[in-house]
Design a protein around this ligand. Sequence first.
Ligand code: ADP
Ligand code: ADP
Length: 239
Amino acid sequence: GTVLKVEDLKRHYPLTKGTVFRRRIGTVRAVDGVSFELDGGKTLGLVGESGCGKSTTVMEVMELAQPQSGRVSVNGIDTATLSASQRRALRTDIQIVFQDPAASLDPRMTVEELIGEPLTVHDVPAKEISRRVRRMLELVGLEPSYARRYPHEFSGGQRQRIGIARALVVEPKILVLDEPVSALDVSVQAGVINLLEDLKQQLGLSYLFVAHDLAVVHHIADDVAVMYLGRIIEYGDVD
Ligand code: ADP
Ligand code: ADP
């Protein structure tokens, strides 16, 4: 069935001029009526050039709340209807991996702290966190001994694997992959893409894979939605 459904999503920003006396001179239609569906176990590519509204769409999805306009549903439930505690519970089901692990990973935290952090809010005992962090490292193809080291000691590809491990530690069902390989050297992109493919099979995940480049999602996506100026201009089977 459908695990994530976005219907007629809109997010408009006021366009202003001036710094002290801001005058409204128009509207930026960052997202202007976007609809798509992600089926369980599938990968949907959300593709479009910079500024077309991908990040805004992702932000609205991750809010798991009533968007400015339209509807976001997870597992058939309209997120606008959730209570605060239901929303908190649903937050573990959908996790995000960002483009730049260097920017999203706190350099003062060890790999163990970074990957284990999402578990600390769930009152998981320290020993169990430590065990699960090592299992996560193995899952993403990194050595368990890396747990005591810092993110800056690793290459871009390795740091992205740490970012993936952090997203997976709470055992989500849906991953939003926001340009997960765009900041990496072309030579390491394939390794991370292959890892994501393996993890999807192994863990039964569903992916919303955001990229500015169709070439990146071509091999991994089942369906692709192409965005342009806040709208979906093409949507269907990747071929
Ligand atoms: P993408 O992720 O595809 O690069 P974005 O969602 O970041 O696109 O941006 C879509 C459009 O919305 C762009 O024109 C951007 O300048 C505009 N935009 C994004 N965030 C804001 C904001 N907070 N205020 C005003 N305009 C914004
Ligand atoms: P980078 O080249 O930036 O280090 P890679 O994505 O190529 O990033 O690899 C990250 C680490 O994971 C490397 O240490 C590599 O040896 C290891 N690695 C890559 N693929 C696998 C795999 N399938 N199984 C186990 N370890 C792997």
